[in-house]
Every structure is written in C-alpha cells, then in structure tokens.
Design a protein around this ligand. Structure first.
Ligand SMILES: Nc1ncnc2c1ncn2[C@@H]1O[C@H](COP(=O)(O)OP(=O)(O)OP(=O)(O)O)[C@@H](O)[C@H]1O
Length: 216
C-alpha cells in the first residue's frame, strides 16, 4: 500500500468556545480525492488552512511523508498547492501578470504555457486586461488557471467551484478526475454536488465525533 503524503493526527480546534473538530485523524494517500463536508461554519475552511499550515490555532499534529510538517516545511511548501476560497488575485494586474506572480515562487513558467492555461480556463482574449475589469467568475478562473500548470503532488482547494458556470464546473471536475488518475492527491471543500468515483469524505459539524469514510 502506498505511503500517505499527509497525515492529520488528533487534530482539535475550537473557535469562540465552540469545538469545530476534535480527535480528527486521517491520511491523504497518493491518487485520492478527499472532500471535507459539513454545513456553513462547521470548520471546513479552518481545517484546510490548518493542513496548509496557514492556521496554527489547532492542537494535534500534521505529518508530511511521516515527518512533522514543521521539520519538513521546505519539502511541504514545494509540493503542495493551496487555493483559498477567495480568488487571491490582484485586481490591478492582468490575468497573465497574476499567473506569472502565482508561479514565480516555483521558478516561473513560460508565458506561452501561462497563456495556454488561461485559454484552457476560457480566458482567451482577456489575458492582457486588468482583472478589475473581469467578472467574478472570470477572476476566479484566473486563479484556477494555476491548476493547469501545477505539478505539486498535493492540492488543497477551498470552494473552487464558487462563481463558476455549469460548463466551467464540468471542465474543472474533469481536471480533478484526471489529476487523481495521474497519481495526484486532492483535498477540497465544496458545496457543489461533486461526483467523483471513489471519493473519500470527511464530515464535520453534525455529530460529536467527526466521521471519516473511505470510498463510495
Ligand atoms: N478569523 C476568524 N476568527 C474567529 N473565528 C473565525 C474566523 N474564521 C472563521 N471563524 C469561525 O470559525 C467557524 C468555522 O469557520 P469556517 O470558515 O472554517 O467554516 P466553513 O465550514 O468553511 O464554512 P462555510 O461553509 O460557510 O464556508 C465559524 O463559526 C467562524 O465564525
């Protein structure tokens, strides 16, 4: 059996005297898609941010390839891609400039590949105009174009379907399925009715003990 990329061990998080999750343990294996589910405010975003190392308000441990994530921070950061629930792009910059900035930390990517990624998310003809002149869904697509040039083994994705039209949702679903088929791992939250065969689930918020289920 393959080794887990990421392991959550006894995670516990409270916000405003309310327990969001406790004794939460699970593993992210290669070539799997895991969906974190639960009602609004149940802690899905919080959990993803804890896993990504962006929120340290939780007790417990996160392991990366079996080692404490803090000790293997460089490898963890190099090999994970986090996209938050806000587009996270700069309104003054063009889609191409935003994508250049988003990939700069990894040594950059040729403009031809970035233009192709923007075309792949339906932004042909919009590459060179400021993002403030794009619609909410188009701005979200700029951030999602990052996925088309991403080779990180683990993607952590928070509500990436927000503001995306039906055709875009279908394309995004196909991309996620293809990524998993290629061996990539994805953990995500979405209120969209995502249907991916073999999807794993982590359910927050509606019982005393969080539930982890494997497969369908
Ligand atoms: N920065 C913050 N400071 C204090 N409390 C916060 C903060 N961010 C979130 N919370 C609280 O933590 C709880 C969980 O929020 P979180 O965003 O993780 O939920 P969620 O399950 O992702 O919700 P949604 O489905 O609405 O996106 C909420 O009750 C929220 O009020």
């Amino acid at each position: 059996m393959s080794e887990p990329l990421l392991q959550a061990v006894n995670l516990h998080c409270e916000r405003d005297h309310r327990t969001l999750f406790r004794d939460l343990s699970f593993s992210i294996l290669p070539a799997t898609l895991t969906r974190v589910e639960g009602p609004n405010g149940s802690g899905k975003t919080t959990l993803l941010r804890v896993l990504a190392g962006l929120n340290d308000n939780a007790d417990g441990q996160v392991l990366w390839h079996g080692e404490d994530r803090g000790a293997s921070r460089e490898s963890f950061l190099r090999n994970t891609l986090y996209i938050g629930h806000r587009p996270g792009i700069k309104a003054m910059l063009t889609p191409l400039e935003n994508l250049q900035a988003l990939t700069a930390g990894r040594g950059g990517c040729p403009d031809s590949a970035l233009r192709q990624a923007l075309a792949g998310t339906g932004l042909s003809g919009f590459e060179d105009i400021p993002c403030r002149r794009l619609s909410a869904g188009q701005q979200r697509r700029v951030a999602l174009a990052r996925l088309l040039v991403a080779d990180e083994p683990l993607w952590i994705l928070d509500e990436i379907f927000t503001a995306i039209d039906a055709q875009g949702v279908e394309a995004l679903e196909r991309l996620l399925v293809q990524r998993v088929a290629e061996g990539g791992s994805i953990i995500l939250t979405t209120h969209h009715d995502l249907r991916v065969p073999g999807m794993e689930r982590i359910r927050l918020g509606d019982s005393d003990h969080e539930e982890v289920s494997h497969g369908l």
